[in-house]
Design a protein around this ligand. Structure first.
Ligand code: CP
Ligand code: NVA
Length: 301
């Protein structure tokens, strides 16, 4: 059974195919063509954290392809009353054709996948956000850039998004330069695995160094979902890691700025940069739907 628990669940050719298929579906369906390979298929979405983009883009993608969805907030399930994940996985597999899960621990995703007999897709955990990074790569490719030889910068927290960018660098071989405050680097195990695969990853403490010559500049919130209690301390620690116009001057001319959203203007990114000409964040959020369409067509089709 094929699952997407993390980027490294994919072979490079599979990930590349998803990106190009997502772009093809975007062109095709936006012209008004219909394509309904998922008629009769049902996708369940188990979300233990809030979501605007991931939930709606998965549901919309499923519906565009002719399928249907069942959204389950964790408190609606018997999971909330202690029913084991392995039982939930086996029961849901009898009803639906795929499961998207957004949760805290990556082990929840792993446990569901271990017992489900349908594909399980990680829609964000504390450790990874694989489909977000795949659709971000689709956005990069859409701007005419090649992943091969690309220099990508990550500025801010070494969080779930950063970990998935590290894995993407291992899969595709582009150069990734991260600037995180001390103590907030990406997961060491994720870094080690990526490096063992030959990934070109450099860690800096100075954001200007990380951004130097980068064609893609990426950031994310300073306090992720579940870290609300640390938000104030993080605001102080992360202040020098803001993506602003001054920092962007160090990037390659015409560099694009990515942010998976939701954004906190004035914290990790300024209003000027988020709404400025180098920001591609609105295309980036749209592209989640097209990448998800490619994922669903592949895994459920
Ligand atoms: N980028 C992203 O995953 O957004 P949501 O939290 O709104 O799904
Ligand atoms: N790192 C953020 C991503 C939100 C899409 C979080 O986990 O909250």
């Amino acid at each position: 059974m094929k699952h997407i628990r993390r980027i490294l669940d994919l072979q490079p050719e599979e990930a590349e195919r998803l990106i190009y298929r997502g772009l093809e579906l975007k062109r095709h369906l936006k012209k008004g063509f219909t394509h309904r390979p998922l008629v009769g298929k049902i996708l369940a979405l188990i979300f233990e954290k809030p979501s605007t983009r991931t939930r709606v883009s998965f549901e919309a993608a499923m519906m565009k392809l002719g399928g249907q969805t069942i959204f389950l907030s964790a408190r609606d399930l018997q999971l909330a009353r202690g029913e084991p994940l392995k039982d939930t996985a086996r029961v849901l597999s009898r009803y639906v054709d795929g499961i998207v899960v957004r949760t805290f621990g990556q082990e929840v995703v792993e446990e569901l996948a271990a017992h489900a007999t349908v594909p399980v897709i990680n829609g964000l955990s504390d450790r990874f956000h694989p489909c977000q990074v795949l659709s971000d790569l689709l956005t990069v490719v859409e701007t005419g850039r090649r992943l091969n030889g690309l220099r990508v910068a990550w500025v801010g927290d070494g969080n779930n998004m950063a970990n998935s960018w590290v894995e993407a660098a291992a899969l595709f071989g582009f150069e990734l330069r991260l600037a995180c405050p001390e103590g907030y680097d990406p997961d060491p195990q994720v870094l080690e695995e990526a490096r063992e695969r030959g990934a070109r990853i450099n860690l800096f403490r100075d954001p200007r160094e990380a951004v130097s010559g980068a064609e893609v500049v990426n950031t994310d919130v300073w306090a992720s979902m579940g870290q609300e209690a640390e938000a104030e301390e993080r605001r102080r620690i992360f202040q020098p890691f803001q993506v602003n116009a001054e920092l962007l001057k160090h990037a390659a001319p015409g560099a694009i700025v990515l942010h998976c959203l939701p954004a906190h203007r004035g914290e990790e990114i300024t209003e000027e940069v988020l709404e400025g000409p180098q920001s591609v964040v609105w295309d980036q959020s749209e592209n989640k739907m097209w990448l998800h369409a490619a994922v669903l067509e592949w895994l459920l089709g």
